[in-house]
Design a protein around this ligand. Structure first.
Ligand code: GCU
Length: 691
């Protein structure tokens, strides 16, 4: 509960905890010590006009859902609580932390805000009880900050139990059912609360037979999981199959227009909410990579999403409907079909047709969680739709949690990218419903969605396979809360919290390894935004330049003896660049302005094409692959110096993974350098070995 969290905080700092009863005034300065923490949940009704706050003990509130209309801004001055703000400024997740008269006071208008305020105190440690006067108001940008688990109950013969999971089995399921012992889930729930995540979907978006039943027979078990998440402000969601009326209900159709289908979903939702009153809603992957969807009935995705939304509506639930819809059975000979175009082509025309409890969940790039992609133009194309951006914390394309790859800088770039309204409105504003400065929308609010991501956690000893991949989970939550945060500062925060009191060399070395590790990973894998080149036979791990080149998946690089890249221009290519608003469509269309890191995503160029960096494309490929392996190799020795300064098992695990990273990066280097030399015949000017 919230109070347990507070006890932890005050115990660490040697102070006492005061929870004020209704009507009680703050203790006066003389009676509190510097480490004391006072919790106040003040309600507006009792302060307006009078200046005297009614103080409600948090445990009572913790049991209640937040009341958006009942908050207040308050501050402590000389031991007395005074109202300083109005209700219009407040959201349920918001808190104010004040240090005054020797007391640290956290004020919130709702249980969620109080929880976040307390975690803020714990994160700060001594600083929160220090002498300096601090007065902080904090609130998240996005209303929903979700993690999706691609966990199955059964162990899949190819994918294992967790699809694209690199940290062992599921924390939720074992032996064909929801675990009896949910203690790891409880620890995870606390962790999520501490980083501001407030929603979790607990099963794979590819909903297999056994998992489909969570919606019906499995509800009591789902309720047990929801009970564990609830005290930490996290609502539980399920991924559901669009074919549920057929698969679970025995109907002959799942057609959204069929009244029996509508009645089936309504009854299913009624049962869910009778068991879990604060259930979040559904996550749906429909008509995507073989999952069932509305297309089978000649309906579109607004029809499909609204069907489920209407069943959830009476209960306050939300549908997270994924925009990851494309033809996964493409003929590689067909150069006109472009997978990158698919989400926009399917969804942009539907803007304005989704019910207001539908959130369209859009992968950050148009392809599939690659190391580098342009931002999905769908996010700029649907101003009348609630949108969420989807990130991937699990490292499917970024080294399977065997490679150090700190993704905070990637997500920071995605969230702050000024996509819309003449490049004034960043992605984080789009998904949070904030208008851009150039917008003439005077309501002040556009539809709000949120930020979602695929989790990287499993039942592994270190939770994430690679112990340093924990930083990605941490940074995800913190960036979803505040997209403007500096990702390296967040990494520093994570280091401090994970290795408290460690020798300063630990911090220094971790920064050396991690700060630029995403760019280093990019530098030895697929070049200049072209993507893929991963091994289909090893679940997207390791190099295979042509692994997907002649496949049905629509992810090609088109390298031949003269050049490489995908022409996605309007003038001569697939027209994808034209899906962007200005100025981006012009920026990407023109070779002269297209950024180097995305060059091969948008253009097919000769190997001799000179980058803005001054190097030719092929020399860039040669050099950066070789340089990156040198960097990774240097990390092995750097990590060795920490022996004895961090936990031995953790040290050994990271050392073992670094050895694998060097091996794998070397393989990437040698295969790519040799491949492009053999294709192009252009020698490497640096003279480094090519095979
Ligand atoms: C990728 C991934 C799949 C996943 C899919 C999705 O294609 O490889 O495992 O199911 O994304 O996001 O639905």
């Amino acid at each position: 509960t919230v109070v347990d969290e507070v006890r932890r905080a005050t115990a660490t700092h040697g102070g006492s905890l005061t929870v004020l009863a209704p009507g009680e005034a703050l203790p006066d300065a003389a009676s509190v010590r510097s480490h004391d923490l006072v919790l106040v949940v003040a309600s507006r009704a009792h302060t307006r006009g009078s200046g005297a706050a009614r103080q409600v003990p948090p445990p009572a509130l913790a049991e209640q859902p937040p009341h958006p209309n009942d908050p207040l801004v308050a501050a402590a001055t000389d031991g007395a609580l005074v109202a300083t703000g109005g209700v219009a400024d407040f959201s349920p997740d918001m808190f104010v932390r004040v240090r005054a008269a020797g007391t640290t006071v956290v004020v919130a208008g709702a249980a969620a805000g109080l929880l976040y305020g307390l975690h803020d105190v714990m994160r700060l440690g001594e600083t929160a009880f220090g002498d300096c006067d601090i007065d902080v108001t904090d609130l998240p940008v996005a209303p929903v900050r979700m993690l999706d688990h691609w966990d199955n109950i059964d162990v899949h013969p190819v994918m294992g139990q967790v699809e694209r999971g690199y940290a062992g089995g599921s924390i939720f399921y074992a032996d064909g059912r929801v675990r009896e012992d949910l203690s790891r889930v409880a620890a995870y729930a606390r962790l999520l609360g501490s980083i501001g995540v407030n929603a979790v979907a607990i099963n794979n978006v590819n909903v297999h037979r056994t998992e489909a039943r969570l919606l019906t027979d499995g509800l009591d078990d789902v309720a047990r999981v929801a009970d564990v998440f609830r005290p930490h402000g996290v609502r539980t969601y399920l991924s559901v199959s669009f074919a549920s009326p057929v698969v679970l209900g025995g109907l002959s159709t799942s057609d959204p227009a069929d009244p029996d289908v509508q009645a089936w979903w309504a009854a299913a939702a009624d049962r869910v909410y009778a068991t879990i009153p604060d259930f979040g809603g559904f996550v749906v992957k429909a008509d995507s990579e073989g999952q069932p969807g509305p297309f089978a009935y000649g309906r579109d995705h607004a029809d499909g999403a609204n069907l489920l939304a209407r069943a959830l509506r009476p209960h306050g639930g939300t549908v997270f409907w994924r925009a990851f819809v494309y033809n996964h059975e493409q003929d590689w000979r067909d150069r006109r079909t472009d997978r990158a175009r698919a989400a926009y082509d399917h969804f942009a025309p539907l803007d304005g047709r989704f019910d207001d409890n539908v959130v369209l969940q859009v992968k950050y790039g148009p392809i599939d969680f690659q190391t580098r992609e342009p931002i999905s133009p769908v996010l700029a194309a649907m101003p009348r739709t609630r949108l969420a951006v989807e990130l991937q914390v699990t490292q499917e394309y970024t080294g399977h949690q065997k490679h150090v790859c700190y993704l905070g800088p990637l997500w920071s770039q995605v969230l702050t990218f000024p996509l819309a309204d003449d490049a004034t409105r960043p992605v984080s504003w789009i998904v949070s419903g904030l208008p851009g400065p150039a917008s003439d929308d005077d309501t002040g609010f556009l539809p709000a969605g949120g930020v979602t991501a695929v989790s990287n956690v499993g039942d592994d000893e270190f939770w994430t396979g690679h112990p340093l991949a924990q930083a990605n989970l941490y940074a995800y939550g913190r960036l979803a809360w505040n997209p403007e945060a500096d990702p390296v500062a967040l990494l520093d925060e994570w280091i401090g919290l994970t290795f408290p009191g460690a020798d300063p060399r630990v911090r220094e070395t971790l920064h050396t390894l991690m700060d630029d590790s995403w760019l280093t990973y990019e530098a030895y894998t697929a070049p200049l935004g072209v993507g893929f080149m991963v091994d289909p036979g090893r679940q997207h791990y390791g190099p295979n330049v042509d692994g997907y080149e002649y496949s049905k998946w629509g992810t090609y690089h088109f390298a031949d003896r003269d050049g490489i890249g995908v022409d996605r221009t309007v003038a001569t290519g697939t027209g994808y660049a034209g899906q962007y608003p200005s100025p981006w469509r012009e920026t990407y269309e023109d070779l002269a302005t297209c950024p180097d890191e995305l060059l091969l995503f948008f253009h097919h160029v000769p190997y001799g094409h000179v980058l803005h960096s001054g190097k030719s494309v092929v020399q860039h490929i040669y050099d950066s692959r070789a340089d990156a392996v040198d960097v990774v190799t240097s990390w092995v020795d750097a990590w060795q110096t920490l022996h004895g300064l961090v936990d031995d098992r953790l040290h050994a695990r990271v050392a073992e993974r670094l050895t694998e990273q060097v091996r794998s990066a070397t393989e990437w280097r040698d295969q790519l350098r040799s491949y492009f030399f053999r294709k192009s015949g252009v020698p490497d000017a640096s003279g480094r070995p090519i095979y």
